[in-house]
Design a protein around this ligand. Structure first.
Ligand code: GDP
Length: 196
C-alpha cells in the first residue's frame, strides 16, 4: 500500500515539507545503478514506485514514500556519478552527512551495493556516518543472482568482516530484486526498526 508522498531537491526542503509529519523514516542510499529502485519496487511489491535506470548525472530528487501514516521510505539520490562536478559532490555529501546526523525520525539506513563491486569509498563512508550517528545499518548486497552461491557467501562474509571493526549495528545480507532473494528477511529487519 506504499504510495509516493513528496519529492524534494535537498534535505532542507525535505525537512520543511515534513515539518508537521510524525513517524519513522528509513533511508535508502547507494551508488547509482546499485539496484536501489529495483529493491524499493520489490520490497513494496510495486512495479514502478521508484523509477529504474535513470539518466546518470541528471539532477535527482529525494523521493519520499509513505508505507502508512507512521512509516516512510526515503529514496536518496544515487551517488558516485563520475560526471558530477566535484564541488557539487562535496555539497551533496555534506547534506547527506547532516541528514544522517540530525534527522531525528530516522530509524535506520539501508545501503545498497552491487554484490560484484561492494564497499567503494562512498559506500563505506555512508555506513560510517550512519554508525557514527548510532543508526542501525542494513547493507544489501544487490543482484545476488549474478553470482554463484559460493561466490555470494564469500562476498557476504568478506563485507561482514570488513565492517566488523566499525562496532556498529550493521547487518549484511544478499538481495536479489529479480529472484526475491532476501526479501522476507529485509522486510522483517525494517519492521523491527519501526517498532524499536
Ligand atoms: P538504481 O540506479 O540504484 O536505482 O538501480 P536500478 O534499480 O535502476 O538497477 C540498475 C540496473 O541493475 C538495472 O538494469 C536493473 O535491471 C539491474 N538490476 C537491479 N536489481 C537487479 C537484480 O536483483 N538482479 C539483476 N540481475 N539485475 C538487477
Amino acid at each position: 500500500k506504499t504510495r509516493f508522498l513528496i519529492s524534494a531537491p535537498d534535505i532542507a526542503h525535505l525537512e520543511q515539507h515534513l515539518a508537521e509529519v510524525s513517524g519513522i523514516e528509513i533511508a535508502f542510499a547507494g551508488r547509482s545503478n546499485a539496484g536501489k529502485s529495483s529493491a524499493l519496487n520489490a520490497l513494496t511489491e510495486q512495479k514502478s514506485l521508484a523509477r529504474t535506470s535513470k539518466t546518470p548525472g541528471r539532477t535527482q530528487l529525494i523521493n519520499v514514500f509513505a508505507v502508512d501514516e507512521w512509516r516512510r521510505l526515503v529514496d536518496l539520490p544515487g551517488y558516485g556519478f563520475a560526471q558530477v562536478p566535484q564541488a557539487m559532490k562535496i555539497k551533496w555529501q555534506q547534506a547527506l552527512a547532516e541528514y544522517l546526523q540530525h534527522r531525528e525520525c530516522l530509524g535506520g539506513v539501508v545501503v545498497l551495493m552491487d554484490i560484484r563491486h561492494p564497499l567503494k569509498d562512498l559506500d563505506r563512508q555512508m555506513v560510517e556516518w550512519s554508525v557514527a550517528s548510532e543508526l542501525p545499518v542494513l547493507v544489501l548486497l544487490t543482484k545476488a543472482d549474478k553470482l554463484t552461491q559460493s561466490a555470494r557467501m564469500k562476498t557476504v562474509n568478506d563485507v561482514r568482516k570488513a565492517l566488523e571493526e566499525l562496532k556498529g549495528e550493521v547487518i549484511v545480507e544478499p538481495f536479489s530484486a529479480l529472484k526475491g532473494t532476501g526479501k522476507e528477511k529485509v522486510l522483517s529487519i525494517l519492521d523491527n526498526w519501526c517498532h524499536p
